[in-house]
Structure formats: C-alpha cells, structure tokens
Design a protein around this ligand. Structure first.
Ligand SMILES: [Zn+2]
Ligand SMILES: [Zn+2]
Length: 178
C-alpha cells in the first residue's frame, strides 16, 4: 500500500494529493505552505528550506511536482534521456520517497512516545488524587467513630442521671408517706 506524503511544514502536515513543491534536500510542501514560506516566489536573497534550512539557490532546488501525472507526462518526462540518467533520476526519486517515509515513521514514534508520557503523568496524578481522597475518607470515618462514641457516653450519662432522678423522686414520696 502506498502512503501519500504529508506537507513537511509541521504545523500543516496536509496529505498531499495533486501537486506539491519538492526540494533537492528531500523535503516536500503543499502549495499554500510553499507560497507562505517563500519557496514559490523566490526573493532576491537565497531561498532556505523551511524544514532543514538548507540553502536552495538553484532554480531547480525547489520545483512544483505533479503527484498524479497524466499518462502522456509519464511517457514524455524521461524520454530522450540516456538509460544511465533515467536510472539516476529514478534512484534519486526512490531515495526521496524512502527518506520521507522514514521521517514519517520517526514522527509517529515521537507522537506515540509523548502520548505515552502524557498518559503516565495523568495516571500518576489520578493515583495521587485517589490516595488523597482515601486518606480524607479515612480521617472523616475516624472522626465519625469518635463522635458516635461520645454520643453513646452522653446517652449513658443521661440514662444514669434520669435513673438517679427517678430514685430521688421515689425516696421523696416514701418520705412524705411516713
Ligand atoms: Zn502545508
Ligand atoms: Zn530541506
């Protein structure tokens, strides 16, 4: 399965469909990025590759490439060249493609690593929150136990006082009857 290349401007990374600007330092950009980054309209000063900062001083160092070439273009593009030149062009284009796919793999690996790190951080934070909450629940439970114990003691005391009061009343009535 062939993977479409993506614009090498990291803030863009648009999947490239029809045409794109390719550089001799093996980078590729969508047309809007190429326009905004100064690749398509060279100013007087030397063009610089936005991805690797290589100087692109020759006119063919950055050119528009048709990514879905027509049949007649495929027929004519290398026609007239010697077999050596044809193979050289094909070899360089294959190097370009393999460099791009390697860069994409490295980028995806980097993303995976940073997602794993973020997940680990969140998971640690979550663990701490749960630990804090559990210790708060424990200390509230202890306090509740202490309050219940206090209430029980007060009820006992109340019961004893009521009992003493009843006894005192009985004794008074007995004294009155005598
Ligand atoms: Zn772009
Ligand atoms: Zn470059």
């Amino acid at each position: 399965m062939e993977q479409a290349l993506r614009c090498n401007h990291l803030k863009c990374r648009t999947q490239l469909e029809d045409s794109a600007v390719v550089t001799t330092c093996s980078h590729i950009f969508c047309i809007p990025c190429s326009d905004s980054l100064g690749l398509s309209t060279p100013t007087s000063r030397t063009r610089i590759c936005p991805a690797c900062e290589a100087p692109l001083s020759n006119p063919d160092d950055a050119v528009i490439s048709q990514l879905n070439p027509s049949e007649d273009y495929k027929t004519s593009v290398l026609s007239g060249l010697s077999p050596n030149t044809i193979l050289e062009c094909a070899g360089r284009a294959l190097n370009f493609y393999s460099y791009q796919t390697n860069q994409e793999i490295m980028y995806q690996e980097y993303l995976a690593r940073s997602l794993t790190d973020k997940y680990q951080l969140l998971s640690d934070q979550m663990d701490n929150i749960i630990k804090d909450a559990n210790s708060q629940i424990r200390s509230m439970n202890n306090r509740l136990d202490a309050l219940q114990e206090e209430k029980r003691k007060l009820e006992e005391k109340n019961e004893r006082l009521a009992e003493a009061y009843r006894n005192k009343g009985k004794k008074q009535q007995e004294a009155l009857r005598l």
